[in-house]
Design a protein around this ligand. Sequence first.
Ligand SMILES: NC(=O)c1ccc[n+]([C@@H]2O[C@H](COP(=O)([O-])OP(=O)(O)OC[C@H]3O[C@@H](n4cnc5c(N)ncnc54)[C@H](OP(=O)(O)O)[C@@H]3O)[C@@H](O)[C@H]2O)c1
Length: 346
Amino acid sequence: MTKKFRSQEKNKALYAMTSQLHQRVILVSSWIEVFIYKHFKRNNIRRNEEDISGKCVVLTGGSSGIGRSSAREFARRGAKVVIGDVDLVNGQQVVNEIQQQTGNMNVKLQKILELDLSDMDSVEQFARRVSKECPKIKILLNNAGIGGSKDENIKTKDGFNIHVAVNYMGHFLLTNLLMENIKAETNSRIVSTTSMLMLISELDIDDLNMDRSGFGLMNCLPYCNTKFCLALFTKALGMCCGFNSYAVDPGAVNTPIMHSNDTPSYLKFLFRMQMNSIATAADEVASEFMMFCALEKSIKNETGRVYRFRKPFHQANEKLDIDLAKRLWEKSSELVRLSERLARMK
Ligand SMILES: NC(=O)c1ccc[n+]([C@@H]2O[C@H](COP(=O)([O-])OP(=O)(O)OC[C@H]3O[C@@H](n4cnc5c(N)ncnc54)[C@H](OP(=O)(O)O)[C@@H]3O)[C@@H](O)[C@H]2O)c1
Protein backbone atom coordinates (compact mmCIF):
# COMPACT_ATOMS: atom_id res chain seq x y z
CA MET A 1 0.00 0.00 0.00
CA THR A 2 1.57 3.34 -1.01
CA LYS A 3 1.85 6.24 1.40
CA LYS A 4 -0.45 8.36 -0.79
CA PHE A 5 -3.14 5.66 -0.84
CA ARG A 6 -2.93 5.23 2.96
CA SER A 7 -3.36 8.95 3.50
CA GLN A 8 -6.34 9.06 1.11
CA GLU A 9 -7.97 6.22 3.05
CA LYS A 10 -7.26 8.04 6.33
CA ASN A 11 -8.87 11.22 4.97
CA LYS A 12 -11.90 9.27 3.83
CA ALA A 13 -12.30 7.65 7.26
CA LEU A 14 -11.93 11.03 8.96
CA TYR A 15 -14.47 12.57 6.61
CA ALA A 16 -16.87 9.68 7.23
CA MET A 17 -16.58 10.11 11.01
CA THR A 18 -17.20 13.85 10.80
CA SER A 19 -20.17 13.44 8.53
CA GLN A 20 -21.65 10.73 10.78
CA LEU A 21 -21.24 13.04 13.77
CA HIS A 22 -22.73 15.93 11.79
CA GLN A 23 -25.73 13.80 10.84
CA ARG A 24 -26.34 12.79 14.45
CA VAL A 25 -25.98 16.35 15.71
CA ILE A 26 -28.49 17.47 13.08
CA LEU A 27 -31.06 14.80 14.04
CA VAL A 28 -30.77 15.25 17.79
CA SER A 29 -30.84 19.07 17.63
CA SER A 30 -33.83 18.88 15.31
CA TRP A 31 -35.59 16.59 17.78
CA ILE A 32 -34.93 19.06 20.62
CA GLU A 33 -36.26 21.97 18.53
CA VAL A 34 -39.52 20.13 17.78
CA PHE A 35 -39.84 19.37 21.50
CA ILE A 36 -39.27 23.05 22.47
CA TYR A 37 -41.62 24.30 19.76
CA LYS A 38 -44.33 21.91 20.86
CA HIS A 39 -44.12 22.80 24.55
CA PHE A 40 -43.20 26.45 24.66
CA LYS A 41 -43.79 28.24 21.38
CA ARG A 42 -46.79 26.69 19.71
CA ASN A 43 -49.50 28.33 21.75
CA ASN A 44 -48.22 31.86 21.22
CA ILE A 45 -48.36 31.78 17.45
CA ARG A 46 -50.61 34.14 15.52
CA ARG A 47 -52.00 32.63 12.36
CA ASN A 48 -53.16 34.63 9.37
CA GLU A 49 -54.24 32.06 6.82
CA GLU A 50 -55.77 32.17 3.37
CA ASP A 51 -59.26 30.75 3.04
CA ILE A 52 -59.13 27.46 1.12
CA SER A 53 -62.68 26.26 1.57
CA GLY A 54 -63.89 24.57 -1.59
CA LYS A 55 -60.38 24.80 -3.13
CA CYS A 56 -58.46 21.82 -4.42
CA VAL A 57 -55.42 20.56 -2.53
CA VAL A 58 -53.34 17.70 -3.95
CA LEU A 59 -50.84 15.90 -1.76
CA THR A 60 -48.53 12.92 -2.02
CA GLY A 61 -47.87 10.42 0.76
CA GLY A 62 -51.03 11.18 2.69
CA SER A 63 -51.58 7.72 4.12
CA SER A 64 -49.20 8.18 7.01
CA GLY A 65 -47.17 10.58 9.18
CA ILE A 66 -46.90 14.25 8.26
CA GLY A 67 -48.91 13.80 5.04
CA ARG A 68 -51.85 12.27 6.92
CA SER A 69 -51.89 15.09 9.51
CA SER A 70 -51.60 17.69 6.75
CA ALA A 71 -54.47 16.12 4.78
CA ARG A 72 -56.61 16.31 7.92
CA GLU A 73 -55.71 19.99 8.44
CA PHE A 74 -56.62 20.88 4.85
CA ALA A 75 -59.91 18.99 5.15
CA ARG A 76 -60.67 20.75 8.45
CA ARG A 77 -60.35 24.04 6.56
CA GLY A 78 -62.94 22.87 4.04
CA ALA A 79 -60.66 22.05 1.10
CA LYS A 80 -61.21 19.28 -1.41
CA VAL A 81 -58.26 17.01 -0.69
CA VAL A 82 -56.88 14.56 -3.25
CA ILE A 83 -54.27 12.20 -1.82
CA GLY A 84 -51.87 10.25 -4.01
CA ASP A 85 -50.38 7.17 -2.39
CA VAL A 86 -49.23 3.62 -3.16
CA ASP A 87 -51.24 1.94 -0.44
CA LEU A 88 -54.89 2.42 -1.43
CA VAL A 89 -56.32 0.27 1.38
CA ASN A 90 -54.53 2.19 4.09
CA GLY A 91 -55.20 5.41 2.16
CA GLN A 92 -58.96 4.76 2.13
CA GLN A 93 -58.89 4.18 5.90
CA VAL A 94 -57.14 7.54 6.27
CA VAL A 95 -59.81 9.22 4.14
CA ASN A 96 -62.55 7.67 6.34
CA GLU A 97 -60.71 8.75 9.48
CA ILE A 98 -60.34 12.31 8.13
CA GLN A 99 -64.05 12.45 7.33
CA GLN A 100 -64.94 11.37 10.86
CA GLN A 101 -62.44 13.64 12.59
CA THR A 102 -63.24 16.76 10.60
CA GLY A 103 -66.97 16.16 10.33
CA ASN A 104 -66.56 16.70 6.60
CA MET A 105 -68.53 13.68 5.43
CA ASN A 106 -68.79 14.71 1.79
CA VAL A 107 -67.02 11.75 0.20
CA LYS A 108 -66.47 13.63 -3.02
CA LEU A 109 -64.33 16.09 -1.11
CA GLN A 110 -61.71 13.63 0.09
CA LYS A 111 -60.22 11.19 -2.33
CA ILE A 112 -57.34 8.73 -2.55
CA LEU A 113 -55.89 7.97 -5.99
CA GLU A 114 -53.17 5.49 -6.84
CA LEU A 115 -49.73 7.00 -7.22
CA ASP A 116 -46.40 5.20 -7.22
CA LEU A 117 -43.74 7.88 -7.35
CA SER A 118 -41.09 5.31 -8.16
CA ASP A 119 -42.76 4.74 -11.54
CA MET A 120 -42.93 7.70 -13.94
CA ASP A 121 -45.82 6.15 -15.90
CA SER A 122 -47.83 5.94 -12.68
CA VAL A 123 -47.04 9.60 -12.01
CA GLU A 124 -48.30 10.51 -15.48
CA GLN A 125 -51.52 8.52 -14.97
CA PHE A 126 -52.09 10.11 -11.59
CA ALA A 127 -51.52 13.59 -13.06
CA ARG A 128 -54.07 12.87 -15.79
CA ARG A 129 -56.70 11.78 -13.25
CA VAL A 130 -55.96 14.71 -10.94
CA SER A 131 -56.23 17.27 -13.70
CA LYS A 132 -59.77 15.98 -14.37
CA GLU A 133 -60.66 16.03 -10.67
CA CYS A 134 -59.11 19.47 -10.13
CA PRO A 135 -58.96 21.79 -13.15
CA LYS A 136 -57.65 24.39 -10.67
CA ILE A 137 -55.20 23.42 -7.95
CA LYS A 138 -54.70 25.76 -5.02
CA ILE A 139 -51.96 23.78 -3.25
CA LEU A 140 -49.72 20.93 -4.33
CA LEU A 141 -47.93 19.32 -1.40
CA ASN A 142 -44.98 17.20 -2.56
CA ASN A 143 -44.65 15.29 0.69
CA ALA A 144 -44.13 11.54 0.12
CA GLY A 145 -40.68 10.21 0.80
CA ILE A 146 -38.59 7.23 1.76
CA GLY A 147 -35.65 7.51 4.07
CA GLY A 148 -32.91 5.81 5.97
CA SER A 149 -30.72 3.51 4.02
CA LYS A 150 -33.56 1.15 3.17
CA ASP A 151 -33.13 -0.53 -0.19
CA GLU A 152 -30.73 2.12 -1.35
CA ASN A 153 -29.49 -0.15 -4.11
CA ILE A 154 -32.81 -0.68 -5.87
CA LYS A 155 -33.12 0.69 -9.40
CA THR A 156 -36.60 1.53 -10.70
CA LYS A 157 -37.90 0.51 -14.12
CA ASP A 158 -37.03 4.01 -15.38
CA GLY A 159 -33.42 3.41 -14.31
CA PHE A 160 -33.44 5.70 -11.25
CA ASN A 161 -32.13 4.93 -7.82
CA ILE A 162 -35.31 4.34 -5.74
CA HIS A 163 -34.71 7.40 -3.51
CA VAL A 164 -34.07 9.60 -6.53
CA ALA A 165 -37.36 8.45 -8.06
CA VAL A 166 -39.64 8.65 -5.01
CA ASN A 167 -38.22 11.67 -3.21
CA TYR A 168 -37.37 13.86 -6.16
CA MET A 169 -37.90 12.76 -9.77
CA GLY A 170 -41.55 11.69 -9.29
CA HIS A 171 -42.34 15.05 -7.70
CA PHE A 172 -40.45 16.94 -10.40
CA LEU A 173 -42.56 15.21 -13.06
CA LEU A 174 -45.85 15.51 -11.17
CA THR A 175 -45.39 19.23 -10.58
CA ASN A 176 -44.58 19.88 -14.22
CA LEU A 177 -47.53 17.84 -15.46
CA LEU A 178 -49.90 19.73 -13.15
CA MET A 179 -48.40 23.14 -13.84
CA GLU A 180 -51.30 24.42 -15.98
CA ASN A 181 -53.84 23.46 -13.30
CA ILE A 182 -51.76 25.19 -10.64
CA LYS A 183 -51.42 28.32 -12.76
CA ALA A 184 -55.18 28.31 -13.36
CA GLU A 185 -55.83 29.05 -9.65
CA THR A 186 -55.12 32.45 -8.08
CA ASN A 187 -52.35 32.64 -5.47
CA SER A 188 -51.57 28.96 -5.74
CA ARG A 189 -48.65 27.41 -3.91
CA ILE A 190 -46.37 24.40 -4.17
CA VAL A 191 -44.92 23.09 -0.93
CA SER A 192 -42.27 20.36 -0.87
CA THR A 193 -41.01 18.48 2.16
CA THR A 194 -37.27 18.63 2.39
CA SER A 195 -34.98 17.89 5.31
CA MET A 196 -32.22 19.56 7.26
CA LEU A 197 -30.09 16.63 6.12
CA MET A 198 -29.85 18.39 2.75
CA LEU A 199 -27.07 20.38 4.44
CA ILE A 200 -24.78 17.36 4.21
CA SER A 201 -25.65 16.49 0.60
CA GLU A 202 -22.96 16.05 -2.04
CA LEU A 203 -24.84 16.46 -5.30
CA ASP A 204 -23.26 15.68 -8.66
CA ILE A 205 -25.76 16.40 -11.43
CA ASP A 206 -23.91 14.05 -13.78
CA ASP A 207 -24.18 11.25 -11.24
CA LEU A 208 -27.71 11.71 -9.86
CA ASN A 209 -28.07 8.00 -9.15
CA MET A 210 -24.81 8.06 -7.16
CA ASP A 211 -23.43 5.15 -9.19
CA ARG A 212 -19.93 6.62 -9.11
CA SER A 213 -19.93 8.30 -5.69
CA GLY A 214 -21.60 5.50 -3.71
CA PHE A 215 -24.14 6.18 -0.97
CA GLY A 216 -21.89 7.73 1.66
CA LEU A 217 -21.76 6.98 5.33
CA MET A 218 -24.69 4.99 6.72
CA ASN A 219 -25.95 5.09 3.12
CA CYS A 220 -27.40 8.51 3.87
CA LEU A 221 -26.44 10.27 0.63
CA PRO A 222 -29.47 9.17 -1.45
CA TYR A 223 -31.77 10.78 1.13
CA CYS A 224 -29.65 13.92 1.66
CA ASN A 225 -29.10 14.48 -2.07
CA THR A 226 -32.73 13.98 -3.05
CA LYS A 227 -33.90 16.40 -0.36
CA PHE A 228 -31.39 18.93 -1.69
CA CYS A 229 -32.74 18.35 -5.23
CA LEU A 230 -36.27 19.14 -3.99
CA ALA A 231 -35.03 22.38 -2.42
CA LEU A 232 -33.23 23.35 -5.65
CA PHE A 233 -36.42 22.58 -7.58
CA THR A 234 -38.31 24.84 -5.15
CA LYS A 235 -35.83 27.63 -5.89
CA ALA A 236 -36.20 27.24 -9.66
CA LEU A 237 -40.01 27.04 -9.42
CA GLY A 238 -40.03 30.20 -7.37
CA MET A 239 -38.42 32.10 -10.22
CA CYS A 240 -40.33 30.78 -13.17
CA CYS A 241 -43.96 30.33 -12.99
CA GLY A 242 -46.14 32.96 -11.39
CA PHE A 243 -47.06 30.99 -8.28
CA ASN A 244 -45.34 30.57 -4.95
CA SER A 245 -43.08 27.72 -4.10
CA TYR A 246 -41.71 26.73 -0.69
CA ALA A 247 -39.77 23.86 0.82
CA VAL A 248 -40.22 22.86 4.45
CA ASP A 249 -37.95 21.03 6.85
CA PRO A 250 -40.48 19.65 9.36
CA GLY A 251 -37.86 18.91 12.05
CA ALA A 252 -37.21 15.41 13.35
CA VAL A 253 -40.55 13.79 14.15
CA ASN A 254 -41.80 10.41 15.19
CA THR A 255 -43.19 8.83 12.00
CA PRO A 256 -42.63 5.41 10.33
CA ILE A 257 -39.78 6.85 8.23
CA MET A 258 -37.78 7.28 11.45
CA HIS A 259 -38.14 3.65 12.47
CA SER A 260 -36.30 1.84 9.72
CA ASN A 261 -33.97 -1.00 10.68
CA ASP A 262 -31.02 1.30 10.18
CA THR A 263 -32.11 3.98 12.63
CA PRO A 264 -29.83 3.82 15.68
CA SER A 265 -31.69 2.65 18.80
CA TYR A 266 -30.97 5.84 20.78
CA LEU A 267 -32.81 7.81 18.07
CA LYS A 268 -35.73 5.37 18.09
CA PHE A 269 -35.91 5.85 21.85
CA LEU A 270 -35.92 9.66 21.47
CA PHE A 271 -38.65 9.47 18.86
CA ARG A 272 -40.83 7.26 21.05
CA MET A 273 -40.44 9.79 23.87
CA GLN A 274 -41.52 12.52 21.50
CA MET A 275 -44.74 10.64 20.85
CA ASN A 276 -45.39 9.67 24.46
CA SER A 277 -44.47 12.86 26.25
CA ILE A 278 -47.02 15.20 24.80
CA ALA A 279 -50.71 15.07 24.03
CA THR A 280 -50.34 16.29 20.47
CA ALA A 281 -48.50 13.86 18.23
CA ALA A 282 -45.29 15.19 16.72
CA ASP A 283 -46.54 14.76 13.16
CA GLU A 284 -49.40 17.15 13.99
CA VAL A 285 -46.84 19.74 15.03
CA ALA A 286 -44.93 19.13 11.80
CA SER A 287 -48.13 19.57 9.77
CA GLU A 288 -48.39 23.08 11.26
CA PHE A 289 -45.16 23.95 9.51
CA MET A 290 -46.65 22.64 6.28
CA MET A 291 -49.80 24.75 6.85
CA PHE A 292 -47.61 27.80 7.40
CA CYS A 293 -46.00 27.54 3.96
CA ALA A 294 -49.24 26.46 2.29
CA LEU A 295 -51.53 29.11 3.76
CA GLU A 296 -49.87 31.91 5.70
CA LYS A 297 -50.64 35.30 4.15
CA SER A 298 -47.58 37.09 5.54
CA ILE A 299 -45.21 35.08 3.30
CA LYS A 300 -47.17 35.42 0.09
CA ASN A 301 -44.54 37.75 -1.39
CA GLU A 302 -41.79 35.25 -0.65
CA THR A 303 -41.02 32.35 -2.95
CA GLY A 304 -38.34 29.79 -3.77
CA ARG A 305 -37.14 29.41 -0.20
CA VAL A 306 -36.73 26.74 2.45
CA TYR A 307 -38.54 27.21 5.79
CA ARG A 308 -38.04 25.64 9.16
CA PHE A 309 -40.19 26.18 12.24
CA ARG A 310 -42.18 28.88 10.38
CA LYS A 311 -39.03 30.88 9.57
CA PRO A 312 -36.67 31.05 6.58
CA PHE A 313 -33.95 28.44 6.99
CA HIS A 314 -30.88 30.54 6.16
CA GLN A 315 -28.25 27.80 6.11
CA ALA A 316 -30.32 25.84 3.59
CA ASN A 317 -31.22 28.87 1.47
CA GLU A 318 -27.55 29.82 1.16
CA LYS A 319 -26.91 26.45 -0.46
CA LEU A 320 -29.46 27.03 -3.24
CA ASP A 321 -27.44 28.11 -6.26
CA ILE A 322 -29.72 29.19 -9.10
CA ASP A 323 -27.41 27.96 -11.88
CA LEU A 324 -27.25 24.56 -10.23
CA ALA A 325 -31.06 24.61 -9.91
CA LYS A 326 -31.43 25.36 -13.62
CA ARG A 327 -28.99 22.62 -14.62
CA LEU A 328 -30.84 20.15 -12.42
CA TRP A 329 -34.16 21.14 -14.05
CA GLU A 330 -32.75 20.58 -17.55
CA LYS A 331 -31.22 17.25 -16.63
CA SER A 332 -34.40 16.07 -14.87
CA SER A 333 -36.61 17.10 -17.84
CA GLU A 334 -34.45 15.00 -20.11
CA LEU A 335 -34.41 11.98 -17.77
CA VAL A 336 -38.19 11.85 -17.23
CA ARG A 337 -38.87 12.64 -20.92
CA LEU A 338 -40.89 15.65 -19.90
CA SER A 339 -41.81 17.10 -23.30
CA GLU A 340 -43.12 13.74 -24.53
CA ARG A 341 -45.24 13.32 -21.39
CA LEU A 342 -46.48 16.91 -21.50
CA ALA A 343 -47.58 16.43 -25.10
CA ARG A 344 -49.61 13.37 -24.01
CA MET A 345 -51.38 15.38 -21.29
CA LYS A 346 -53.05 17.63 -23.89
N1 LIG B 1 -40.18 12.38 10.07
C1 LIG B 1 -39.19 13.24 10.03
O1 LIG B 1 -38.51 13.47 11.03
C2 LIG B 1 -38.86 13.97 8.76
C3 LIG B 1 -37.82 14.91 8.78
C4 LIG B 1 -37.52 15.61 7.62
C5 LIG B 1 -38.25 15.36 6.47
N2 LIG B 1 -39.24 14.43 6.47
C6 LIG B 1 -39.98 14.21 5.22
O2 LIG B 1 -41.36 14.31 5.45
C7 LIG B 1 -42.05 13.56 4.44
C8 LIG B 1 -43.13 12.71 5.09
O3 LIG B 1 -42.50 11.71 5.86
P1 LIG B 1 -43.08 11.15 7.22
O4 LIG B 1 -42.11 11.50 8.28
O5 LIG B 1 -44.48 11.54 7.39
O6 LIG B 1 -42.90 9.58 6.96
P2 LIG B 1 -43.96 8.45 6.59
O7 LIG B 1 -45.01 8.39 7.65
O8 LIG B 1 -43.15 7.24 6.32
O9 LIG B 1 -44.65 8.98 5.25
C9 LIG B 1 -44.13 8.78 3.98
C10 LIG B 1 -45.28 8.73 2.99
O10 LIG B 1 -44.73 8.57 1.66
C11 LIG B 1 -45.47 7.53 1.01
N3 LIG B 1 -44.69 6.86 -0.02
C12 LIG B 1 -43.59 6.10 0.13
N4 LIG B 1 -43.21 5.59 -1.07
C13 LIG B 1 -44.08 6.07 -1.99
C14 LIG B 1 -44.23 5.90 -3.40
N5 LIG B 1 -43.40 5.11 -4.09
N6 LIG B 1 -45.23 6.53 -4.04
C15 LIG B 1 -46.11 7.30 -3.35
N7 LIG B 1 -46.04 7.50 -2.01
C16 LIG B 1 -45.03 6.88 -1.34
C17 LIG B 1 -45.81 6.56 2.14
O11 LIG B 1 -46.86 5.73 1.73
P3 LIG B 1 -47.01 4.26 2.39
O12 LIG B 1 -47.18 4.49 3.85
O13 LIG B 1 -48.22 3.74 1.69
O14 LIG B 1 -45.74 3.53 2.05
C18 LIG B 1 -46.21 7.54 3.24
O15 LIG B 1 -47.54 7.94 3.09
C19 LIG B 1 -40.99 12.74 3.71
O16 LIG B 1 -40.69 13.37 2.48
C20 LIG B 1 -39.79 12.83 4.62
O17 LIG B 1 -38.58 12.72 3.93
C21 LIG B 1 -39.57 13.72 7.60
